[in-house]
Ligand binder design. Structure first.
Ligand code: PLP
Length: 241
């Protein structure tokens, strides 16, 4: 157990960080001619203990993102989720879908027909429709999951035919760049792809969310059209694995 004083310090830190992040989001939105209300802060809670996640929720955080199904399940019972949605943001194995179908508001990391068809099958069985984002590997990195940009439209067209699953937009984790202008080029490429696919008006597809930007670059992501920014470290502090 942590000492009471260090628990209080952690909570105060999160409060201050949250205030700063909200200000930054508002500033970036306004300076790029956008309405701050269009942008949702998703708090990334991997490795963060439930008591601290609940504190963030008590401060108005209404969306959290977990990378691993197992970790989410281990915390779920302790979380105050009445007013907070959960998104799965990490690579999802097909055999894990059964644990989360009907339990999460969104799966942001769909990158194959196979995974989509399993989400469809298990959502139908649970009597729900699962919202998903398509994860795009915008930098074309070998090591990363996500569909190639040039295959994204085809994948979405395929998934749009399934029942029990609804495509709501795109998500990306761009390559790590040491120059922010390179990262911005990836964000801008994503925004183009997002707008382009949206303009096709595909049946059963509602391109309204563009999830991109993390602690180091959420301000720039907002400049380039992000509607959801996924922030972990800047909110909860650095992760100790
Ligand atoms: C960990 C993670 C984040 C948050 O990263 P930070 O740099 O800690 O803000 C965002 N998105 C995904 C998919 C992640 O795995």
């Amino acid at each position: 157990m942590m000492e009471k004083s260090s628990i209080e310090r952690c909570k105060t830190d999160v409060e201050e960080n949250l205030r700063e992040i909200r200000e930054n989001i508002a500033q970036s939105a306004v300076s790029s001619g956008r309405n701050p209300d269009e942008i949702t802060l998703l708090a990334v809670t991997k490795t963060v203990p439930p008591w601290l996640i609940n504190h963030a929720i008590s401060l108005g955080v209404n969306m959290i993102g977990e990378n691993r199904v197992q970790e989410f399940l281990s915390k779920e019972d302790e979380l105050n989720l009445e007013n907070c949605g959960v998104h799965i943001i990490g690579h999802l194995q097909t055999n894990k879908v059964k644990y989360i179908a009907g339990k999460v508001q969104m799966i942001e990391s769909v990158d194959s027909v196979r995974l989509a068809s399993e989400i469809s099958r298990l959502s139908l069985a649970a009597g729900v429709c699962t919202d998903v984002l398509i994860e795009v590997n915008i930098g074309g990195e070998e090591s990363k999951s996500g569909v190639k940009p040039e295959q994204t439209l085809e994948l979405i067209e395929e998934i749009s035919k399934f029942k029990g699953i609804s495509v709501k937009g795109l998500m990306t984790i761009p390559p790590i760049c040491d120059i922010i202008s390179r990262t911005e080029k990836y964000f801008s490429d994503m925004n183009k792809l997002f707008i382009d696919i949206g303009s096709k008006n595909i049946d059963n597809v509602d391109m309204k969310h563009l999830s991109m930007g993390m602690s180091a670059d959420y301000r720039e992501a907002i400049k380039h059209g992000a509607t959801t920014v996924r922030v972990g470290t800047a909110l909860f502090g650095s992760r100790k694995y």
